[in-house]
Each structure stands twice: as structure tokens, then as C-alpha cells.
Design a protein. Structure first.
Length: 573
């Protein structure tokens, strides 16, 4: 083998060795890269998982924390943000006779414990409490225990007197607006009023953080309840009802049914007073219907000349005689009819109008359906179906033969004075753009004429005791006997005054009603609305007018120039 061959073989071996080494390094590098890639993928997956868990846990924690801060039931306020109903944590007093575990319920005697509880809660009967403790039967001894009272109970040193913490529904205004609000039962659900209507919204975590404002104004509500209570007590009435309604929106500023109940403490007496006279009880509201009848006749064109005279003598029809409570003379025109509240002349107006045209107007005013409002308890009117015979139309024209709620009457008067548009009543505060368009019932010109006539009744007629200087009140009295089987109860009246103010630009309707008022010194021994319901409105409007942006203004009034010559200066009902 020569040197060249040897040299070539050595070179070839070195090349192969280098190639093998490079291949091994490449494989090693690939393995390192693969392992690194695997570790990177695992790390990325771990980071993504950690981030995901962190975000979802944070969301859950934030949501749980947020929900923990929320009250268990949302707050209800009046239109100005004043609280009407709110939830807060409270204590209860629970008796657990097994607390000691040795068969003895108390360390001290039941009488001693009862006396110590009496010192903390003065309203309890210590003898009944001692008897209950002695029986050894567990259960609630008291709800709504204040923190300082709970501390004093603990200081008694009886393990059997436990103080579980609960959520309480509190009504800071007491019994005010009770029939609007209702109450919350032991199962946590609302009952009777807006607590029932708003139950889902007030319980839902998504919505209960935001207080729900009602249309009610506590200042107006308080004044209405105060004056109704005063009127009811002064006349020994069984009950009373009232409403203040915005004529342009349908918002209820105040609604009261008396006697009231306290939603903070539902007992047997309170449960008996939960019936709502404003929305659930139907009445024959008597002569308050006469302006509505006149409005229907003017709108239909059957009353065009207010100076036209109609016979005021008893009107026999269909075996029945329509007559007035006393002789009003031989004839009356429409303004005189409203001033003196003549059934006979109203019947003549309906005769010209037609019973079924009156029926249509009443239906357009919602008198044939339950009242339009959110409350669950709504009375169905006593309403004759089918074609109305003339006699039916005549009696409905002066407020008999049809029974509706005071809320029906309030909404009808709002349409009559606001330019002629009927809108449903609401207990929700309406923002701009939320006011319903409503439906037209009367022409604007008819509404303007009725505003004159209503003001005229208060200036010259049966509503004079409702007049309040500077507030331009207009309205109509109504005193209707209560119907009973086979006729009417002569000594039982429903006295109502339906009003609006200020009549030069009506903004609010006010209804005041007394159930079976008696003739007393305060009412000059009279039982009719002119003497008892009208004065309630006369006292109420000066209290609420300035609150509602209607200050007294003696320089303004409704122009009665064209009506004054048509009416005598006097009053009657």
C-alpha cells in the first residue's frame, strides 16, 4: 500500500467521523428543542389555566361579594326618594327550652324571667309571658328586636332566650300609604299592594340594588290621610277614601283608604282593614256623575244653549217617578241644575242625549271595566250590559244604577278637565316620554266649558264649603243612599266630593269620600257631601297646592262672565 492510498483512507475515515458527530449533534439539538417545546406547551397550558381560573374565580368572588352587600329585598321610595319600604338586619327573640340540655328550660323561674323581659319590652303581658315560659314550648316570643334590646336580653343570662338574626321589612312611614304598599309575609313574598306587584323585581339580585320610585308624594299622602281622618272622626263615619291624581299623566300623588293598617305589624285588626275602598269597593257615587252627563250632552251637541230651561217637576217614566229631594221650582237651566243638583233636569238632559250615547261615554271613561291601576285588588263595576233603556240612562246620568270605585271617578274627572283625554291611573313614577297618549273622550271645547261649570258649583252652589281663596277649586258633590235588597237604605249615605284645581288650568283631581257619615255638630247635623266631604277638600288643597307647585293667587280665576247671569246666588243639594 503506497502512501497516497494510506493518506486517502485516513481522510475518508475522518470525514465519516465528522459526519457521524454532526448527525449526533443534530439529533441531540432536535431532542432538546422537542423537550423545550413540550415544556413550553405545558407551561403555556398551565398559564392559560391559571389565568382562566383566576378570572372566573374573581368574577365569582366579585359577584358573591356584590350579592352579599345587596339587601335581600329592594327598597321602595316615593317620587322624591323618601323611603317607604326597606329591608335591614334585625334580631328576633326565640325561646329554646332545650338549650341547657339537662331537662330544665330556665335557670330562674318563669315569673322572674317574664318580669325582666317586661322591663325591656314594656308592651308585653308579663303574666302571659310567664305562663308561656312555664309551658316549655319553644317558638318566637317577639320579632323585630333592636340591637340594644338584644344586649339587654343577653344580660338576663338565660341560654333558652336565643336571638337569631333575621332580615326585617321595615316601613319607616308607619301606616302611611299602607294600601298602596301592602306588606311582606313571613315567606318573604309581597302581599296586597305594590309589594306584591313588584315582588319579582324587588327580590331579583339583578334589579334589587336600585330603589323603585312610586308616583306617591309622602307630603301629599300625609296631608290627605290627615284630612280624611279628621273628616271621618268629625262625622262618625264608618270609613273614608281619597285620591289625588295628576290629570295630565295619570300619576297618583296620594291614595288613602281608612281605617288603615300598619304593615310593620300585621295583626287581626290590621288584616280587617286591608280592603281598599279606593280601588276595590264599588259605590253608587250619586250626583258626582251629573257633570259627566252634561259633558257627554255638550259633546254630542244635544246641549248647545245653557240658558235653555227644562221642567224641574217630578218626571214619571216607566212606572217610576224621578224627583228631587225638595222643590227646586218650575224649571232650571243646566248651570242651575248643577248648582242645585237636580235629578229631574239631569233626566231631561239624558232624554235628549239618549241612553246609549251616555253608555258609550261612560264606557270610554273606563266605567265598564275594573279600574286601571297596578294594584292587584280592583273591584268590578256594577254595569248593565246590552242596550240601556231610557230609564236606566236617566238614573245613571245622576249617579244611580251604576256602581264604580272612587278611582274610576277620579280618572273620569281627569279626562273631563284636562282637555278631554282619558289616561289610566298609575302608581309608578313616570319619566318624560313615558306618559301614555290616552284616548280622547271629550272635545277640548267641552272640557273648557265643564271647567267653568265646575268652578261655578263651588262659587255659587253645593261645593261652596270646598272653596279655598286663591286656589280656584271646582267640583261636584254627591250624596247617594246605599243600596240594599229591595231598595235603598235611607239612613246610610255615601258622601263624595269630586274636585279639580286650579280650574283656570287644571292640574290635579281630588276625590274625598265618607262612608255613612252621621249628622254631627261638626257637620251642622247634616249628612250630605256639601257639609262633610266638600270641607275636606277645602282644607286639603291649601295644604298640598304649594307642595305641588300651585301657590294661591287671588289675582287669577276662571272667567264666569257668561254664566253668572244664568244662576241665582244660593246653595242647595
Amino acid at each position: 500500500m503506497n502512501a497516497l492510498t494510506v493518506s486517502t483512507a485516513i481522510y475518508s475515515g475522518r470525514v465519516q467521523l465528522v459526519t457521524v458527530r454532526q448527525r449526533s449533534l443534530t439529533v441531540a439539538r432536535l431532542r432538546v428543542l422537542l423537550v423545550a417545546a413540550l415544556f413550553a406547551a405545558l407551561a403555556l397550558a398551565a398559564v392559560v389555566r391559571i389565568a382562566f381560573l383566576g378570572l372566573t374565580d374573581a368574577t365569582h368572588t366579585a359577584t358573591s361579594f356584590y350579592e352579599a352587600l345587596l339587601p335581600p329585598r329592594g327598597e321602595i321610595t316615593d317620587r322624591n326618594g323618601q323611603p317607604l319600604a326597606r329591608a335591614f338586619p334585625a334580631f328576633a327573640l326565640w325561646y329554646n327550652p332545650e338549650a341547657l340540655g339537662d331537662g330544665s328550660a330556665l335557670v330562674k323561674s318563669p315569673k322572674e324571667v317574664a318580669l325582666e323581659l317586661k322591663a325591656i319590652f314594656p308592651d308585653i303581658d308579663e303574666f302571659e309571658m310567664a305562663e308561656r315560659l312555664a309551658k316549655g314550648k319553644g317558638g318566637y316570643l317577639r320579632r323585630r328586636v333592636l340591637p340594644e334590646e338584644a344586649n339587654r336580653v343577653q344580660a338576663i343570662g338565660e341560654l333558652a332566650l336565643e336571638l337569631p338574626q333575621e332580615t326585617d321589612r321595615h316601613y319607616p312611614q308607619g301606616s302611611m300609604a299602607a294600601h298602596v304598599l301592602g306588606y311582606v309575609a313571613a315567606d318573604g313574598h309581597g302581599r296586597v299592594g305594590m309589594e306584591a306587584v313588584l315582588d319579582d323585581q324587588l327580590r331579583d339580585p339583578a334589579t334589587r340594588a336600585k330603589a323603585v320610585p312610586l308616583s306617591i308624594d309622602v307630603r301629599v299622602q300625609g296631608a290627605l290621610e290627615d284630612e280624611l281622618t279628621r273628616g271621618m272622626r268629625a262625622t262618625n263615619a264608618l270609613g273614608s277614601a281619597g285620591i289625588v291624581l295628576d290629570v295630565d299623566t295619570g300619576e297618583v300623588l296620594a291614595l288613602a283608604s281608612l281605617p288603615e293598617f300598619d304593615p310593620n305589624q300585621i295583626d287581626a285588626a290590621g288584616a280587617a282593614n286591608m280592603f281598599n275602598r279606593v280601588t276595590n269597593q264599588v259605590y253608587e257615587l250619586g250626583s258626582t256623575f251629573k257633570p259627566l252627563t252634561v259633558a257627554a250632552a255638550i259633546d254630542a251637541g244635544t246641549v248647545t244653549d245653557l240658558s235653555r230651561r227644562y221642567s224641574a217637576r217630578p218626571f214619571p217614566i216607566g212606572g217610576f217617578t224621578i224627583k228631587d229631594s225638595h222643590d227646586l221650582g218650575a224649571s232650571l237651566n243646566v248651570p242651575e241644575m248643577l248648582i242645585h243638583s237636580s235629578n229631574v233636569v239631569t233626566a231631561h238632559v239624558v232624554q235628549d242625549l239618549g241612553a246609549n250615547r251616555l253608555k258609550k261615554t261612560m264606557a270610554d271613561l273606563g266605567m265598564n271595566k275594573r279600574p286601571f291601576i297596578e294594584l292587584p285588588a280592583k273591584g268590578f263595576p256594577i254595569w248593565a250590559s246590552g242596550e240601556w233603556p231610557l230609564l236606566r240612562g236617566m238614573t245613571v246620568g245622576y249617579g244611580h244604577g251604576i256602581a264604580v270605585t272612587p278611582l274610576h271617578l277620579a280618572s273620569a274627572y281627569a279626562a273631563m278637565v284636562n282637555g278631554g283625554v282619558w289616561r289610566p291611573a298609575t302608581l309608578r313614577k313616570l319619566e318624560k316620554g313615558q306618559v301614555p297618549a290616552g284616548r280622547r273622550v271629550f272635545k277640548a271645547s267641552t272640557s273648557a266649558r265643564l271647567n267653568q261649570l265646575l268652578r261655578m258649583i263651588v262659587v255659587y252652589g253645593t261645593g261652596r264649603k270646598a272653596d279655598a281663596p286663591g286656589f280656584r277649586i271646582g267640583g261636584k258633590t254627591g250624596s247617594a243612599e246605599k243600596p240594599v235588597a229591595g231598595g235603598y237604605k235611607k239612613n246610610a249615605l255615601v258622601a263624595t266630593f269630586a274636585a279639580a284645581f286650579p280650574m283656570d288650568r287644571p292640574r290635579y283631581v281630588v276625590i274625598a269620600m265618607l262612608d255613612e257619615p252621621q249628622g254631627t255638630v261638626a257637620s251642622s247635623f247634616q249628612r250630605t257631601a256639601a257639609w262633610n266631604a266638600a270641607p275636606i277638600v277645602g282644607r286639603l288643597v291649601p295644604r298640598i297646592g304649594p307642595i305641588l307647585g300651585v301657590p294661591p293667587d287671588a289675582s287669577r280665576d276662571v272667567d264666569l262672565t257668561d254664566l253668572a247671569p244664568l244662576v241665582p246666588k244660593g246653595t242647595s243639594e
